[in-house]
Ligand binder design. Sequence first.
Ligand SMILES: NC(=O)c1ccc[n+]([C@@H]2O[C@H](COP(=O)([O-])OP(=O)(O)OC[C@H]3O[C@@H](n4cnc5c(N)ncnc54)[C@H](O)[C@@H]3O)[C@@H](O)[C@H]2O)c1
Length: 320
Amino acid sequence: MVFLITGASGFIGFHLAKALLARGNTVIGIDNLNDYYSPLLKQARCDQLKQFQNFYFYQMDIADQPAMESILKQHHDIKIIFNLAAQAGVRYSLENPFAYIQTNITGHLTILELARHLPKLQRIFYASSSSVYGLNKHLPFSEQDRVDRPSSVYAASKQSAELLSFTYHHLYGLKQTGLRFFTVYGPWGRPDMAYYLFAKAIAENKPITLYEGENLSRDFTYISDVIDGLISLLECPDLDGYEIYNIGNSRQEQVENLITCLEKSMQKKAKINRITRPNTDIEATLSDITAIYKKTGWSPKTRLDEGIQYFTDWFQNFNN
Ligand SMILES: NC(=O)c1ccc[n+]([C@@H]2O[C@H](COP(=O)([O-])OP(=O)(O)OC[C@H]3O[C@@H](n4cnc5c(N)ncnc54)[C@H](O)[C@@H]3O)[C@@H](O)[C@H]2O)c1
């Protein structure tokens, strides 16, 4: 089976590409290797994928329509697209809001527009985010909840991509599955995310910046569980024409507990510097994963302490 994965050198794209290549599939990987975080880390992930013979990599921008068109012409036998390329990160959307519109909206639209001309395409899976639940207070977040109150440009861009996807399904019958990921973490993870920044601060004996708030909590989802969830969707024979799933661990963990897990696995005490939570960041997330469970039988397996141990093992090794 031939897959197109955008954001293939990113955290989730890399793990997904590796899993699909290991199963004997062909993967066309696209990534612009931008410097939002270390391009060396992105390159190191990509180098691993290049060890597979049936991996084809193109460094390009998904919003560059002519360049994307020429690649898709060469690979007209693509059956499944995973659009995972994005300008990620909630806080950076205060600094550079236009980057989010360019990749997450214009880039997503470019993929949709080109995809509808691919003769063998069966389905597009695309990354959305728990951020779309925005200012909702009621936990757990369900796919049925309203998603029209985003608290950041990042969240607004992800919600806009969902709307465009719905429209392309309505207009052209493009089959699509939206994936609302909840704080994905693990080896080869993203250096801009809290768990990574905390591990780095602990390793360097620097203080962790922690947001104030008694209920500061996240639904942390381990990367292998996420990949198993994506494979369960790929193997599911009766996906609907247009659908959206929460991909989360369905456990509400205090961020303080994340720090305890990091301290245990790194065998070092953290120093903590508390600041007021910026209004881009929501206080708590928790996924209702009944929908994907009912559809595919998938449920996550990795406890936070286990997943953090796997992450810090990789982190310490990689940084040595
Ligand atoms: N990791 C999480 O916790 C999480 C949570 C919610 C949603 N998501 C979404 O899942 C997807 C994957 O996230 P990730 O954690 O792997 O992020 P990531 O930043 O590691 O990966 C995204 C990749 O896309 C590439 N990219 C960015 N703009 C591009 C462009 N215009 N053209 C081509 N490539 C481009 C980047 O270089 C990067 O390698 C993203 O859409 C993200 O918004 C992730």
